[in-house]
Design a protein around this ligand. Structure first.
Ligand code: UT7
Length: 325
């Protein structure tokens, strides 16, 4: 049966040039390189310059992805930008990217699902393409998450970083089998009962300020391991594929221990896990496309490989997406 598949035709990313090490952070809060590495696997993270906005990071990643796909920018008819750190409360940061790219047609909007944002945005793009709303979409995850951090709170400020990743996705005819290139299945979830476990203590409607990240780390960890494994199971069951069929696991980069635990739970060997958390920290919605771009550009992920994405974040939100590159 012929179907429309949403095919990833190009990927790109961007990291701010400033690198902040654990050693640097230990001069600001009471922490050590040893504690951070042992509990999270993070050694360093990139932090945006003062005049660098989320839209700047997003635009740089987008330009890389457009060049990688080799398309004319005017072919893009939809821009979906996943972010928790928009340039302004409104308009959507996606519209700033749209303007900078010289696009005056189609639709551009932001998606707010925190760390799961890129998986949400890709799933929306997939639906848009399958329904004919879009032919070629630019999907971005971009964050200046450092702006939401309380730099006196050692339980959160050591974990996060800034960056952006992007993908160009285009509709192509497929045979309707698992051998098709493109997105094979996607599964999104949220459960608002857990809002207090991971949130920002401000916002336009509540405090008229941006606020700072607050997290009950151990609780989030506990839910993450269970929810992620469940979402992955859904993707495998929906396609009839098994963990052995997966060539590359590209997870949200929150904590090395979570990634190791998840891979073990689903029976994936460590060499199939793309891990960037050590040098990038947790970049929220940017982490999955940053990891994807890293593994494509260094030659690990090749055309035809089966790639599994997953993420979990504030809300809680979580999800998984399986695609053949
Ligand atoms: O991307 C969204 C999803 N987010 C996540 O998935 C994050 C999930 N959670 C985690 O990754 C981990 O829970 C953390 C890395 C945040 C924390 O690791 P943990 O092993 O769960 O540590 P903990 O929160 O249980 O804290 C253990 C101890 C505490 O001291 P006491 O109470 O045992 O005396 C903390 O006060 O470590 C202390 N601690 C620190 N010590 C040195 C907390 N942060 C630090 C720190 N440096 N930066």
């Amino acid at each position: 049966m012929s179907v429309i598949r949403t095919v990833v035709t190009g990927v790109g990313s961007y990291l701010p040039s400033r690198v902040v090490t654990n050693e640097d952070i230990s001069k600001i809060v009471d922490t050590t390189d040893e504690w951070i590495v042992e509990r999270t696997g993070i050694h360093s993270r990139h932090i945006a310059a003062e005049d660098e906005l989320t839209s700047h990071l997003a635009l740089a990643a987008a330009r890389n992805a457009i060049a990688d796909a080799g398309i004319d920018v005017q072919e893009i008819d939809t821009i979906i930008l996943a972010t928790t750190t928009p340039d302004n409360t409104f308009p959507a940061t996606a519209t700033a990217v749209q303007a900078e790219l010289g696009l005056h047609h189609g639709a551009a909007f932001d998606v707010q699902a925190v760390c799961s944002g890129f998986v949400y945005a890709m799933t929306i793009a997939d639906t848009f393409i399958k329904t004919g709303q879009s032919k070629t979409a630019l999907v971005i995850g971009a964050e200046t998450f450092s702006r939401l951090l309380d730099w006196t709170d050692r339980t959160t400020c050591v974990l996060f970083g800034d960056g952006a990743g992007a993908a160009i996705v285009t509709g192509e005819q497929g045979a309707g089998t698992n051998a098709d290139r493109g997105i094979l299945t996607a599964h999104l979830h949220s459960d608002g009962r857990y809002k207090e476990k991971l949130y920002v203590d401000g916002g336009p409607s509540s405090t008229q300020s941006t606020g700072h990240v607050r997290m009950e780390g151990r609780e989030v960890f506990r839910h993450a391991v269970v929810n992620i494994a469940e979402a992955i199971k859904e993707s495998l069951e929906a396609t009839g594929l098994t963990a052995e069929d997966i060539d590359w696991f590209v997870p949200h980069q929150a904590n090395k221990r979570i990634l190791d635990g998840t891979a073990k739970r689903i029976g994936l060997p460590p060499e199939k896990v793309v891990m960037t958390v050590g040098e990038q920290g947790n970049t929220s919605a940017a982490s999955v496309p940053l990891a994807l771009d890293t593994a494509v550009k260094d030659g690990r992920i090749k055309r035809g490989d089966l790639v599994l994405l997953e993420a979990m974040g504030g809300g809680f939100t979580w999800g998984s997406l399986l695609f053949r590159f």
